[in-house]
Ligand binder design. Structure first.
Ligand SMILES: [Zn+2]
Ligand SMILES: [Zn+2]
Length: 438
């Protein structure tokens, strides 16, 4: 009897050792929680020390040293301030995990104990507040936490990790800078790219997934409307660029409403108009700044050429000199499309890891994200959206318009911590493990 019991026990033990466990048994939410206290200190440091686009010097070196400590081969200054870390762990696919690093020219008003007091000088020589108002500090902490956990369980996966810290997402220039600097030539070209972005309209502890188009094409356009200045009391001796600019702005409103197929989303916004100095002087020029959002590339072409045509036509009608129209191609951000098979595969992983009720579907938005550049190089890519709003505030916002939530880029925005961070790490680690499972 004793022998039998003994053998039975040995049999159970053998079962425990020889049944190969799935990755989800190896990587637990509890594992993430053990990293939380250290990561929260790291997050608060990043939040208190934001840097503007292409000025992420301290941020980049902090992130580079985190990867070096873990044993990554690290190269800095890729695409000006970008960081690339490579960790080879046997045969298998290559997965790129991206964080962005830059903050915004916003004076923080969150009253958090670790709120930013940082000030930077802008290109007009003015001192301005700087704040992580888009959650990139959380993205970076998620990135470091993911790297720490993956390296602590490296016998559970095989393949190559490429961790990149990208500069200048806010001006749509950082991904292009890194690619132009050899990201996909001098380092292992990824088979998959993944990233996350904070979502200021969803509850913390949840994520949202978007299949296919997730973000829009973004173009910035400057228009210099030219006239002939003179006395405000003698308009007949001038060509008034203020009246002309007003006509151009109204004409542009017909582009989306009358020319673009109503089933194709497009936005033309004139966000800035500057001209003149005094009541009784007709100036000689007016400056307009536009943002243009489209989804399809042929609609983008149609809208951009429509802006040129309508602007020039209005000037001809006013007998004014030809306006100067500058489409800022170096600030163009292409639309982001999440690879559908990859997104469906990861959604299953996330539903298993976080629970079905924690994963929702997100519609495309007309915002921009230069993570799209990696997908446009032909690499299946997926960006997930991370809920960051305290549950009670989220519920209050559904009940009353007065309880509306601060959006990304608001001086009041900050993610609920540490739940948002832990949810992000659980999602990112489980995605990488699925892509690199043995
Ligand atoms: Zn942003
Ligand atoms: Zn952002």
């Amino acid at each position: 009897m004793f022998m039998f019991k003994h053998l039975f026990f040995v049999f159970i033990l053998m079962q425990m050792f020889y049944t190969s466990p799935s990755y989800s048994q190896e990587f637990s939410k509890e594992m993430t929680s053990t990293h939380t206290p250290e990561l929260m200190k790291f997050y608060e440091y990043l939040h208190a020390n934001p840097e503007l686009s292409f000025q992420e010097f301290k941020t980049a070196s902090t992130l580079a040293s985190e990867l070096k400590k873990l044993g990554f081969e690290v190269k800095e200054k890729i695409g000006r301030t970008g960081v690339v870390g490579v960790f080879r762990n046997g045969k298998g696919p290559t997965v790129l995990v991206r964080t962005d690093m830059d903050a915004l020219p916003v004076l923080e008003n969150t009253k958090l104990p670790y709120a930013s007091k940082a000030v930077a000088r802008n290109d007009k020589g003015l001192d301005i507040g700087v704040m992580h108002a888009c959650g990139h500090d959380l993205h970076m902490t998620n990135w470091v936490g993911t790297a720490r956990i993956l390296l602590s369980i490296k016998s559970k996966w095989s393949g190559t990790l490429v961790f990149i810290a990208q500069p200048a997402e806010e001006i749509g220039a950082g991904a292009k800078a890194m690619l132009d600097d050899g990201l996909f030539k001098d380092f292992p070209k990824p088979d998959f790219c993944i990233a996350l972005h904070c979502d200021a309209a969803r509850p913390a502890g949840t994520i949202a997934v978007c299949e296919g188009i997730a973000c829009a094409n973004v173009d910035s356009i400057d228009i210099l409307v030219k006239g002939k200045g003179g006395h405000g009391a003698a308009p007949h001796t001038t060509v008034d660029p203020i009246v002309l600019a007003a006509r151009i702005i109204l004409d542009l409103q017909t582009l989306v409403s009358r020319e673009v197929n109503p089933l194709d989303p497009a936005v033309v916004t004139v966000g800035s108009i500057h001209g003149g100095t005094k009541h009784n002087i007709i100036p000689s020029e007016v400056r307009l700044q536009l943002t243009v959002r489209t989804i399809k590339d042929d609609v983008r072409k149609q809208v951009l050429s429509g802006i040129e045509r309508l602007t020039k036509a209005a000037a001809i009608g006013a007998n004014a000199p030809e306006p100067e129209i500058l489409i800022r191609n170096n600030e163009f951000t292409p639309s982001l499309s999440n690879d559908i098979p990859l997104t469906r595969r990861l959604r299953k992983v996330w539903e298993e890891k976080l629970g079905k009720e924690a994963v929702s579907t997100r519609e495309a938005v007309m915002g921009g994200e230069d993570f799209s550049r990696y997908a446009r190089e032909g690499v299946p890519s997926c960006m997930l959206f991370l809920g960051t709003v305290p549950k009670n505030k989220y519920e209050a916002s559904l009940m009353s318009k007065n309880a509306s939530l601060p959006s990304l880029h608001s001086e009041y925005y900050h993610p609920e911590m540490p739940i948002s961070l832990e949810t992000g790490i659980n999602a990112t680690v489980s995605a990488v493990l699925d892509l690199l499972k043995n």
